[in-house]
Ligand binder design. Sequence first.
Ligand code: PMP
Length: 395
Amino acid sequence: MLSVMDRGKEVFMNTYAQFPIVLEKGDGVYVYDQEGNKYLDFVAGIAVNGLGYNHAGLQKALKDQVDKLTHCSNLYWNEPAVEAAELLVKLSGLDKIFFCNSGAEAVEGAMKLARKYAGKYLGPDKVEIIAMNNSFHGRTYGAVTATGQLKYQKGLSPLLPGIKHCEYNDIESLQEAMNDKTCAVLIEPIQGEGGIRPAEKDYLQEVSKLCKKNNVLLMLDEVQCGVGRTGYMFAYQRYGIEPDIVALAKGLGGGVPIGAIMASKKVAEGFSPGDHASTYGGNALVCAGAKVVLEVVGQETLLEQVRKKGTYLKAQLTNLQEKFNDIIEVRGHGLMLGMEMNKPVKEIILGCMAKGLLLVGSGEKIIRFVPPLIVEEKEIDFMVTILEEVMSEIG
Ligand code: PMP
């Protein structure tokens, strides 16, 4: 009898370099493999499972919704979707929502909305989108074109026309790239796959001003940093800016596949019926889940806890930095932190896995820390103890 891993290798396309464990169930901030080994999970489905595993409210909402109605298409209304959208509006200060199924789709939808809006209201030549070097926006053609890392684009040309890149955290570079044809700027408040690199506050505020001044839409990709991850419901709230369009996914469903575009009322008018659609997008099942996530994560007490625990985690990692010369920098906000090393981190990640701790890299030399938002200090301590042990052993 072949193992699940070997069977997977037979039938899956060769896209993932998977770790050699088969996960079976989760509970709180822990997951268990098929052999019954327990892992403290600081990956959380790559910043997805904010409420951890087996969250009572989320599980119940999903189970109840399965019994009622999972999917009915957007030909008809469903109440969980309306409720989830109402919550997003209330929490974001934006006015209109479109639901899709993933982060890449949210970015695609955001770029389409920007061009539609610009075409309708700003003039036919306003078609260009400026994205950032080192960014990541997803794997579909538009999103991968916007992604500012060549390794994701190799062998895929021709890419989507009308997207160009400039330096992140460099206002002059954006000024140079902007011209009469620019319709939108696409930016992650914290670059996630690009190594957990936060935008500086002044910079993002300058970007916002520059966009307003030039009638350019500010489009944020909060797929990874949104929905409580930074200790603010949306990362832009930490920066005190008002974007025109925001892409969400990951944490929004707490594990069920949902993405969203949020936009101001004015910008949302770029879309008319028939302009954009998704068969599954915002179906009753995933929205029943998103609704619980938004209710729980949207509470100020929870967000405050995320900020507090994030500060605590950052302090523990900074302590490690004093002990290990290999650590170059600890950075990030809330529970979206990265630790840059002067060497590849794969061996450390594998060593931690062998000791019951799941971590993921972000680039070759950066370890990323994106635990469930419900993680507690004692679990942070446990994580740091294992990490330190492994780093000492590897040397
Ligand atoms: N944008 C950002 C900022 C992301 O981090 C990701 C996923 N890592 C995506 C878009 C793409 O999301 P998905 O994998 O759900 O398509």
